[in-house]
Write a protein that binds this ligand. Sequence first.
Ligand SMILES: [Fe+2]
Length: 289
Amino acid sequence: MRLRSIELNVPDAVAAKAFLTGVWGAADGGALGETTYVRGSNEFPYLVSLTQADAPSIRSTTFVGTAEEVAAIAQRAKAAGAPCRDTVSDDLGGGQGILVQLPEGEVLRFLHGDTSVAPIEGRDLPVKLTHVVMNSANAEATADFAEAVLGFRVSDRTKGMVFVRCNTSHHSTAFARAGFTSLNHIAFEMADLDAVMRGIGRMRDVGAAPAWGPGRHGPGDNVFAYFISPFGAVVEFSTAVEIVPDDYRVGVPEDWTWPEGRIDQWGMSDKDLANLGVAERTFKYLPLA
Ligand SMILES: [Fe+2]
């Protein structure tokens, strides 16, 4: 499976789109009905959908695969008695499949037969989403569900997170040991390190400093720079996430400790825990209707 997109409700979709297609560097994916879309450079018609609503929330996070892969998830979800519903997409991305609700209410959508568009070029365009991280009250239980029902695999466990993959990329999602359920952050994959750094520069041009970064993580080995977006969600420029083999050894928290004063490989920046903590509670998951 591949992570394709996240579908958000936001109080000001016009402003959120203006940010994402402006200084953030993504492209306009068009609009359909009440919803407007933001795309990257790859073949996905959109990476983020923005629907005008009274309060911020997450409608779904969407993964795409083959009909067989989606059917296997549907079969396991139904057998497990998980809340789920067959679906035919009526959004810009097309496709059909199943909506599955995780134990803490997060809705994931698995589609096949989804629409592709011609890739576009632009050195500062995000390529795609590389991961969506969810805050969890019980990250281990959610990761267990992801392995047993969705067929995902745990890549690493740290003191703060359980990193989960759905293909050879080290993680397409992770469950943070937060003690509550919400969106932790959305990570956009940039073409290379320079594209991440130019993104940080564009944000600096408008007076926005990273809430954390630039840096390079331990698990996944990816470069990161986190910002609190004007629409409230934490967004990340990322690149060069590790590609892992099928027999990747699942790391344990003791594998991922840092020297005193360090929480990443580079040690260049402080982490704005107070403001990130607020932003990471902004987007709650809408349960399966
Ligand atoms: Fe991240």
